[in-house]
Design a protein around this ligand. Structure first.
Ligand code: FEO
Length: 428
């Protein structure tokens, strides 16, 4: 394989590695086009900086490229924009070969660095937005961009050259040895897919990062994966802005709270409960409740809705001791979006055991939703009295959404005291 370093600008080289055969990244991402681990070398009048490294199994290529453009004793600075192993696999060996280099990491990366290198006695410098390091005639300026994609992440701006070393931001898993966005194949799918899976759960952090990045006079974006964006780099910044904006118009109006009620029903019992919950919620001013039968829907559009909703409720029968699969499918898809602190609730009809409601509540708590109102279970066909309870349940959810009920902290004793009699929970 060709292991030439590739010049991006005078004194700036790509020294990363190609991984064309990778078909799955971090277990959860498909990588039909493989990936690249992009690392860079910047030469200044008073020293050399290496920005990021590569996955450990590609270290040989990285060092071969690095050695074409710098001697190890020239390296004064090693910048780690992100400490995930795909960018730090070659770090220990690089530190061994370049003992004059000082590490620069984001201030949020310290614990990770110690865990990564298994040492408490490391010498490094932490950086926050606005901090700089000089290479003589060139300046590295740090931008703190947490959660893109881990808490530790930062971007590094090479001021004089207008190059942003952006880490995972603006990256994608797409391997093409032609490297530059104006030369490689069509990578739009990979760019969008990467955003949806890596950046989307941290949409608010993307917006914060864009506030830092958009004012820059970008001449080139050098991400940690995929094509180097030298042709119209601003287009990718604008695309991130579009992707991070709310995708759907909030038809309920700016001040209304939205409650989405998803259900499945074998015999119409859970459906009747769902309708009563919806009717109860809609009685509260400032709440718009919507009902969706999961039997008739694809998961992806519902994920978009959930991302912008204030509360979600799931109605599921219990079948073979479990909630039904479409409900789990939707819940498992919610890892793609930020649902932290949204209101969650569950209800459902059951035949003999009725575990589904509790299981769904536990899962929602695991996703960091708040579940302030104990769910309702009804044995088989809901009576009028039980439908009244469902109605009251919907009202109470709406009152929580509008801040008219203060949050109640449920103790372990209360949690353990769950029984099949829903009435005692409803107004707890
Ligand atoms: Fe490319 Fe989050 O590591």
């Amino acid at each position: 394989m060709n292991v030439e370093a590739v010049e991006l600008a005078q004194g700036v080289h790509w020294i990363g590695a190609l991984d064309p055969d990778l078909r799955e990244f971090d277990i959860i991402l498909k990588t039909a086009n493989g990936t690249t681990y992009n690392a860079y070398c910047v030469r200044g009048s008073e020293g050399v900086a290496v920005i990021d490294t590569v996955k450990e199994n590609r270290a040989e290529d990285f060092f071969a490229r690095l050695e074409q453009v710098a001697a190890y004793d020239e390296i004064k600075v090693i910048v780690l924009n992100h400490l995930e192993p795909d960018h730090t696999g070659a770090l220990p060996e690089l530190m061994r070969r370049a003992p004059n280099a000082r590490l620069y990491i984001s201030f949020k990366a310290q614990i990770m660095l110690k865990a990564l290198l298994k040492s408490e006695e490391l010498v490094y410098t932490t950086a926050k937005t606005g901090d700089t390091v000089s290479l003589g005639d060139r300046t590295l300026h740090f931008l703190h961009t947490p959660f893109l994609h881990w808490p530790d992440t930062q971007c590094t701006w090479l001021v004089e050259s207008g190059i942003l070393f952006s880490g995972d931001v603006f990256g994608c898993h797409f391997c093409d040895p032609r490297l530059f966005n104006d030369r490689v194949g069509d990578f739009r799918f990979s760019f969008e897919y990467y955003y949806q899976h890596i950046m989307r759960p941290f949409r608010e952090h993307v917006l914060d990062a864009l506030e830092l990045i958009e004012p820059l006079d970008l001449r080139l974006i050098a991400p940690a994966h995929g094509p180097i964006l030298r042709d119209a780099p601003g287009n990718y910044v604008r695309r991130y802005r579009q992707l991070a904006q709310p995708m759907l118009l909030n038809e309920a109006g700016d001040r209304a709270k939205t409650l989405l009620i998803f259900y499945l029903s074998s015999y119409g019992n859970t459906a009747r409960m769902a309708q009563a919950v919806r009717d109860g919620a809609e009685e509260i001013d400032g709440v718009r409740a919507s009902l969706f039968d999961l039997q008739g829907g694809e998961v992806a559009p519902f994920v978009d809705l959930v991302e912008e909703a204030d509360g979600i409720a799931f109605g599921s029968p219990t079948i073979n001791g479990d909630a039904v699969k479409p409900v789990w499918d939707l819940l498992s898809s919610l890892t793609m979006v930020n649902v932290r602190e949204k209101l969650g609730a569950a209800f459902g009809s059951y035949g003999w055991s009725g575990e589904a409601v509790t299981m769904l509540e536990d899962r929602m708590r695991g996703l960091k939703l708040r579940v302030p109102v104990k769910g309702i279970r009804v044995k088989l066909i809901p009576t009028d009295e039980e439908l009244t309870l469902c109605h009251a349940f919907g009202r109470e959810l709406a009152l929580h959404l509008t801040g008219q009920v203060t949050r109640k902290v449920i103790t372990m004793e209360e949690l353990n005291a769950q029984t099949s009699n829903s009435k005692e929970y409803l107004h707890a």
